[in-house]
Design a binder for this molecule. Structure first.
Ligand code: APR
Length: 355
C-alpha cells in the first residue's frame, strides 16, 4: 500500500501547444531572481540530458523503450533481480562516464550566491552530476537518492558512494547489447510471464549479496515507484520550506509528473511563488499547470539556458563557465583516452572525499 510519501506518477498532463501567458524576458527574470529572498528549484532528468544521460519521458525518454514497472519497483526486483540490476548497472556506467554540464555548474553557483536560506535545490536525479559540479551539499536534496548507494533487500545494511564499475563482476556492461536486452526483457508481456516460465536474467547466486546478513540480495539504493522518499531528506526539505515563503520556484528539465517531488512546485505556487520553467518542450509543464503572466518560460536546453538566465545574477559565472567550456573543448583530439582516464580518477577522488 503506498503512502503519500511514496513515489507515484500522476496521469499525463501534456498540454497542447496553446498560447502561454508566461514571460520569456531574461532581464525581467533576472530582476525577479535578484529580489527573491527564497528560491526553490525542482530539477529532473532534462538537466542531465546534454551530459548524455537519457530522460524518462518525452522524446528519447527511456520509459518509451522499457516498462517502468518492470524495472523500477520492488516487485520487479523480486521477480527478476538480475534484469533490474542490469538496468541500474548500465545507468551507473553511463553516469560515471558523463560529465556535469553548464546547467549543473550554474545552479551550484546560484546556490553559493544565494546562501543556504536563499536557495534550495530538490533533485530527482540520481546521477551524481550536481555533486560533481560542486553543488553545496546542504542546498541539494536528493529526493530519489543516488545510483551510487547500495543496500540490502532484506536487512538495514546500506553502503553509500560505491563507485565501482562494474558494481559486481556479474554486472559487467556491454553497451552494444545492453539496451536491446533490457528492452526485450522488460516489456509488459515478458514481465507477466517472467516469474512463471522464464529463467532469471542472471542466476541468483551470481548476484551481489549483503556482507552483513550474508543471505539478502544487494539492490540499488534508489527510491523505486511505490517506495517512500528518504525520511531525513523529507524532514530537511520541509524544515527549509517551513522557514519562510518561497518567492520563486524554478522547474528545470522535469515533466513534474512524479509525486511527491512535483508537489513541491504546487506548494511553492500556493505560497505565492512565481514559477520559472526551463524545458526543451514548453508543453511539459506537469505540476506547474498553466503558467500565468507573472511566471516565466524558457524553452531550450537547460545546459545553455541556465547559464544565460542565471549569468547576470551569479557574479563570477561567466568566467567560471568559460573555464568549463575550455576544459570540455580540450577533451577532443589526441590523447583523449588519457584525459578520460584522468577525468575518471577525478570522479573517484571527488566522491572519495565527499562526506
Ligand atoms: N534541457 C531541458 N529540458 C529537457 C532537456 C534539456 N536538454 N531534454 C529533455 N528535457 C525535458 C523533457 O522535455 C521533459 O519534460 O526534461 C523533462 C524530463 O522529464 P522526465 O523524463 O519525466 O524526467 P523527470 O521529470 O526527472 O522524471 C521524474 O520519474 O521515472 C521517474 O524516478 C524517475 O526521477 C525520475 C522521475
Amino acid at each position: 500500500m503506498s503512502s503519500p510519501t511514496s513515489i507515484h506518477q500522476s496521469p499525463r498532463h501534456q498540454q497542447p501547444p496553446t498560447r502561454s501567458w508566461a514571460s520569456t524576458s531574461v532581464s525581467d527574470f533576472q530582476a525577479v531572481l535578484k529580489s527573491s529572498k527564497r528560491v526553490l528549484a525542482l530539477c529532473g532528468a532534462g538537466l542531465s540530458a546534454s551530459s548524455g544521460l537519457e530522460t524518462f519521458r518525452g522524446a528519447g525518454g527511456m520509459w518509451r523503450d522499457y516498462e517502468a514497472s518492470a524495472l523500477a519497483t520492488p516487485e520487479a526486483f523480486e521477480k527478476d533481480p538480475g534484469l533490474v540490476w542490469l538496468f541500474y548497472a548500465y545507468r551507473r556506467h553511463k553516469a560515471l562516464n558523463a560529465k556535469p554540464n553548464m546547467g549543473h555548474y550554474a545552479l551550484a553557483e546560484l546556490a553559493r550566491a544565494k546562501g543556504e536560506e536563499g536557495f534550495m535545490c530538490l533533485s530527482q536525479n540520481i546521477d551524481g552530476l550536481s555533486q560533481r559540479a560542486n553543488h553545496p551539499p546542504a542546498q541539494l536534496k536528493l529526493l530519489h537518492s543516488s545510483l551510487f548507494d547500495i543496500k540490502c533487500f532484506s536487512c538495514p545494511y546500506i553502503e553509500k558512494d560505491n563507485f565501482s564499475d562494474p558494481v559486481h563482476p556479474s554486472l559487467l556492461i556491454d553497451e552494444a547489447s545492453i539496451t536491446a536486452r533490457l528492452s526485450a526483457a522488460s516489456t509488459p508481456i515478458s514481465l507477466s510471464s517472467a516469474s512463471a516460465s522464464k529463467p532469471p536474467t542472471i542466476p541468483l547466486d551470481e548476484l551481489p549479496h549483503c556482507p552483513a546478513c550474508k543471505t539478502g540480495l544487494l539492490r540499488p539504493g534508489v527510491v523505486w515507484f511505490g517506495e517512500s522518499l528518504p525520511k531525513q531528506t523529507l524532514a530537511e526539505v520541509n524544515q527549509w520550506i517551513g522557514r519562510g515563503l518561497i518567492d520563486l520556484c524554478l522547474m528545470i528539465g522535469t515533466t513534474a509528473q512524479v509525486y511527491p517531488a512535483a508537489g513541491y512546485v504546487q506548494v511553492a505556487r500556493m505560497e505565492g511563488a512565481r514559477i520559472a520553467v526551463v524545458n526543451m518542450d514548453s508543453r511539459e509543464l506537469g505540476a506547474a499547470g498553466g503558467l500565468r503572466s507573472v511566471d516565466f518560460l524558457f524553452e531550450g536546453d537547460a545546459a545553455r539556458v541556465l547559464p544565460d538566465i542565471l549569468g547576470g545574477v551569479v557574479g563570477e559565472l561567466e568566467g567560471f563557465v568559460g573555464e568549463v567550456a575550455m576544459v570540455n573543448g580540450a577533451r577532443t583530439g589526441e590523447g583523449e583516452g588519457v584525459e578520460e582516464e584522468e577525468e575518471m580518477d577525478e570522479v573517484q577522488k571527488y566522491f572519495a572525499a565527499s562526506p
